[in-house]
Design a protein around this ligand. Structure first.
Ligand SMILES: [Fe+2]
Length: 386
């Protein structure tokens, strides 16, 4: 037995942002609170969508104070804004941070209490307001997932919030919004999406349906990631990346992520490394650690990415995968934690605490090879110099 959790409505394709009014109307939303960040306001993306809403007679509000790695304080400020107006929905515009902020706002507004009350293993299922997401990066997949990640600034912990309340009611996935994204952001978010697809596929919670999404996501993302980075205006590559990222989101929303994400969140929380980048720093070393426990699954990943033929054995395919992941990091200039400038003494000092937080998130438990705390410390150690 398995389940499938998806938004009610996903509208996908170039120019689909122009369907925002129709989507809101179909959901009965007339007064959404737009959740976004100052940068997207400045670039005009938010204004374009607001103009469409005003033209249709809607009266949207705006909370544009979201930050990268959204904090509890920002979510609480958002809830206050939400309660100041008679809003009937949340319209998140942006990358993972605005989308996750909107989700956490919906959870907190509906249930009260403190944000930490909702972190895993709790299940955040109650929300009163529908969420509509318009992603502006091809990465997090948050527009279709039942997860949000919120940083508790008091403990430097990236809390995983999971439940149906975090699942958007609708997603509007328009790759045109990614055409102007710079190389670093495209690379980091793209590797995040690739990691979602791989981790969902090797996860112990993978299902026959999540596999369909994961494999198609890999097929779309891997051959287009470098092109999207180095030819930012390439529509075909951007479209494939965007579709792949959303499909990867559907895959991991249903199969969960695993050890890379479990270990990545503490690096992000303690050293403020962007999420996709900390995933990239860990992906080769964690794949090497995990592959012996699910050689056939990783070999399928390699073949799906076009790195090995069906005639080649699983071991050879997995070797090709490990080489390809290292080459990808090199080509996309992913630094090691050391090269990123993370202080070695502090990093080593924090390794046991990061391992503890990684295990507490539950994600390592989905890994084909479930690590002990000592093994996670060993992997942090191995990743430091890349
Ligand atoms: Fe991720």
């Amino acid at each position: 037995m398995f389940s499938l959790m998806t938004p009610q409505l996903v509208v996908m394709g170039g120019g689909s942002r122009h369907e925002t009014v129709t989507v809101l109307q179909r959901l009965g939303i007339t007064r959404p609170l737009i959740v976004t960040d100052g940068f997207l306001v400045k670039t005009g993306v938010v204004g374009e969508i607001e103009a469409l809403l005003h033209k249709a007679g809607m009266a949207p509000g705006r909370f544009d104070e979201t930050v990268p790695d959204p904090t509890v304080a920002v979510v609480e400020a958002g809830v206050t804004r939400l309660q100041e107006g008679a809003y009937d929905g949340l319209l998140a515009i942006g990358g993972g941070s605005p989308m996750d902020t909107a989700k956490a706002m919906a959870v907190l507004a509906a249930g009260g209490g403190a944000m930490r009350d909702y972190k895993v293993p709790a299940s955040a299922d109650k929300a009163d307001l529908p969420i509509v997401c318009i992603p502006t990066t091809a990465g997090t997949g948050s527009e279709v997932t039942r997860f949000a990640v919120i940083t508790d600034e008091a403990t430097d912990e990236k809390m995983l919030i999971m439940g149906l309340a975090c699942l958007p009611r609708a997603a509007i996935v328009d790759y045109e919004l990614t055409l102007t994204k710079p190389l670093r952001l495209t690379a980091d978010t793209g590797i995040d999406a690739l990691t979602h697809a791989i981790e969902a596929f090797v996860s112990k919670k993978a299902t026959p349906l999540s596999d369909v999404y994961a494999l198609e996501a890999m097929r779309l993302i891997y051959p287009n990631l470098r092109t999207a980075c180095f030819e930012p205006g390439n529509h075909a590559a951007r479209e494939a990346m965007m579709r792949g990222a959303t499909l990867a989101g559907l895959a991991f929303s249903n199969a969960s992520v695993a050890l890379v994400h479990g270990m990545s969140r503490p690096i992000g929380a303690f050293f403020h490394v962007p999420h996709g980048l900390s995933n990239a720093m860990l992906l080769p070393v964690v794949t090497a650690f995990s592959a012996p426990a699910a050689l056939d699954r990783y070999a399928t990943v390699a073949r799906t990415l076009g790195l090995a033929t069906a005639a080649e054995g699983d071991q050879a395919a997995v070797s090709a995968l490990l080489e390809a992941l290292t080459a990808l990091n090199r080509d996309l200039t992913v630094p090691s934690p050391a090269a990123y400038g993370i202080d070695e003494a502090r990093y080593r000092d924090l390794m046991p605490r990061m391992a503890e937080q990684a295990l507490a998130s539950g994600s390592p438990g989905n890994n084909p090879r479930v690590p002990t705390a000592a093994e996670i410390v060993m992997l942090y150690d191995a990743a430091y110099r890349g």
